[in-house]
Write a protein that binds this ligand. Structure first.
Ligand code: PPS
Length: 300
């Protein structure tokens, strides 16, 4: 799909709105009723994350696990955001994520969302769908989001780094507080058994091991060669140079400011936070992250 950004009628930058108590922009809420009425099928797989936690990485792993051998042309001809539609995305002149999901010919259908758990359309729960949640430590997640907001025209301007830290701590960024998001999904996992909760840091540490866990959850048993092939293909450098996974075909992003596949590292926060900012952040973090069973690693 080739898209001309000038013909998309995008206003400069969207305003932040309070949507049912969560900071959002209209691109993710305009299609609310249709999205909430989305008819999930029992074999649909929902990939849920707070933005910038590793959605694309896990989407590509799943796409390769399911379709890498049966339809290899998918990977070379369709951008990842069409293979794995972003359910709530509604940008003028583009098919909505909901329509793309409806039209997916695959089985299973792989569907992406950044919704906090309370916004997930009812039918996913009713159909007992599998869900994969990917979480990333707050500091790296924030750094990645900051650079993403700098370059993505459908997000509000992030402002300077210091004020961004405060906005992040207050949850005044799109999709609301990171803290509520990761905790909300973690808590849901206790009552809904079909959530596989994974961490960006674990995926970085040992991609093969995490693919094994995913396969166990999904009931898949690829050969050792296939698993190795997938592990290699989803490495950062390979995804960065692949136009079908690096988002270079989506013109709402200005890669001259910052690329989508930026660094792909654990611990890049150290290049952004001053010692004072880090201490202040950690102090606040302790107050918000009280559940001892949910632990993040900020370095590996
Ligand atoms: S989005 O826009 O919310 O869907 O973005 P998302 O895909 O969740 O997150 C983008 C960040 O994930 C990094 N990424 C990877 N890291 C390591 N290995 C692989 N293969 C990989 N693929 C994507 C991407 O570089 C973004 O992180 P930063 O820290 O900005 O580099």
């Amino acid at each position: 799909m080739s898209v001309d950004v000038d013909k998309m009628n995008l206003p400069s930058r969207p305003e932040m709105i309070d949507f049912q108590g969560v900071s959002m922009v209209h691109y993710f809420t305009d299609n609310w009723a249709n999205v909430q009425n989305f008819q999930a099928r029992p074999d649909d797989i929902l990939i849920a994350t707070y933005p910038k936690a590793g959605t694309t990485w896990v989407s590509y792993i799943l796409d390769l696990l399911y379709f890498g051998q049966t339809s290899p042309e998918r990977q070379t001809s369709m951008p990842i955001y069409e293979r794995v539609p972003f359910l709530e995305l509604t940008i003028p002149s583009l098919d909505s994520g909901k329509d793309l999901a409806d039209k997916l010919p695959t089985s299973p259908r792989l569907i992406k969302t950044h919704f906090p758990v309370q916004f997930v359309p009812q039918s996913f729960w009713e159909q007992n769908c599998r869900m994969i949640y990917v979480a990333r430590n707050a500091k790296d997640n924030m750094v990645s989001y900051f650079h993403f907001e700098r370059m993505n025209m459908v997000q509000p301007e992030p402002g300077d780094w210091n004020s961004y830290i405060h906005k992040f701590m207050e949850g005044k960024i799109v999709y609301g507080p990171w803290y509520d998001h990761v905790n909300g999904w973690w808590k849901k996992k206790q009552t809904y058994s079909k959530i596989h909760y994974m961490f960006y840091e674990d995926l970085t540490e040992d991609t093969g091991r995490e693919i094994d866990k995913l396969c166990h959850f999904l009931g898949l048993s690829p050969t050792a060669e296939e698993k190795q092939r997938i592990t290699d293909r989803v490495q950062f450098d390979n995804m960065k140079k692949d136009d079908m996974t690096n988002y270079s075909t989506l013109p709402v992003m200005d890669f001259k400011i910052s690329p989508f596949m930026r660094k792909g590292k654990v611990g890049d926060w150290k290049n952004h936070f001053t010692v004072a900012q880090s201490e202040q952040f950690d102090e606040d973090y302790k107050k918000k992250m009280k559940d001892p069973t949910l632990q993040f690693r900020t370095e590996i």
